[in-house]
Design a protein around this ligand. Structure first.
Ligand SMILES: C[S@@+](CC[C@H](N)C(=O)[O-])C[C@H]1O[C@@H](n2cnc3c(N)ncnc32)[C@H](O)[C@@H]1O
Ligand SMILES: Nc1nc2[nH]cc(C(=O)O)c2c(=O)[nH]1
Ligand code: SF4
Ligand SMILES: [Mg+2]
Length: 210
């Protein structure tokens, strides 16, 4: 076991490995266009080869930060927080989300769902990955399913994941950024033929904002 994992305060969720926090516009999914304070936690062992934030993967590189410190910054920037990573569900998020709620801040999360759910959430965006499938707890609680399309096989995977998620979840297809020129036309055709899906694009990358 590594250094970070041994910390008892991490188990209780009083500290979390913080990579960065920044105020920006949610670029993806249902909340696209909304101002949001992003809290990016370090640590991920899912291993997506196209991941756009590989610097997050090694949790030991990201300082264990008291939750009250994180929340005191969040409360200076609007009323919506997005917890992302890395894979945020590697950590106990009960304290972070309770403290954000105490300050009247909405709690949204971006997750692969690869770990059991913790935390109290107003909105969960589940983006399943083939290398480490979501747990049932996250399929049941997700508000949106956002499947990444890197190649043609990913449409089939997206349908399999849609069959697993709860009936209320909104369904989004998001093209993998480096394949956008090749795959976006296929995603457009797919959504026209299968209108239960919507398109999500990484609008922050087009806008050139964080
Ligand atoms: C960096 S991940 C962090 C949260 C969590 N680990 C997850 O995968 O949902 C945030 C979102 O970005 C998506 N994403 C990551 N790299 C991407 C890429 N190259 N193109 C499109 N979406 C990407 C993920 O699928 C996820 O929906
Ligand atoms: N603007 C902006 N929107 C985002 N939506 C999800 C992001 C993420 O990395 O989790 C992200 C991000 O990194 N930036
Ligand atoms: S699960 Fe999320 S953070 Fe982890 S490698 Fe995949 S996209 Fe990156
Ligand atoms: Mg991102």
């Amino acid at each position: 076991m590594n250094n970070v994992m041994q910390n008892p305060e991490l188990k209780t969720g009083l500290v979390l490995p913080l990579m960065e926090q920044f105020y920006t516009i949610q670029g993806e999914g249902y909340y696209t266009g909304s101002a949001a304070y992003f809290i990016r936690l370090g640590g991920c062992d899912v291993g997506c080869h196209w991941c756009d934030v590989k610097e997050s993967w090694d949790e030991n590189l990201h300082p264990l930060t008291p939750v009250d410190h994180i929340v005191s910054h969040a409360q200076q920037h609007g009323k919506l927080a997005v917890i992302t990573g890395g894979e945020p569900l590697m950590w106990n998020l009960d304290v972070l989300t309770a403290e954000l709620h105490k300050k009247g801040i909405q709690t949204n999360m971006e997750t692969s769902g690869a770990y059991e759910l913790s935390g109290e959430w107003d909105w969960i965006c589940l983006s399943p990955k083939k290398t480490k499938l979501p747990t049932q707890s996250v399929f049941d609680a997700a508000h949106e399913l956002k499947c990444i399309i890197y190649n043609k096989n990913d449409f089939k995977f997206a349908e399999e994941q849609a069959a697993m998620v709860n009936d209320k979840a909104l369904l989004f297809l998001q093209v993998e950024w480096s394949k956008r020129d090749e795959m976006l036309p296929l995603v457009v055709e797919y959504v026209k033929n299968n209108p239960k899906w919507r398109i999500s694009t990484q609008t922050h990358k087009y806008l050139d904002i964080p």
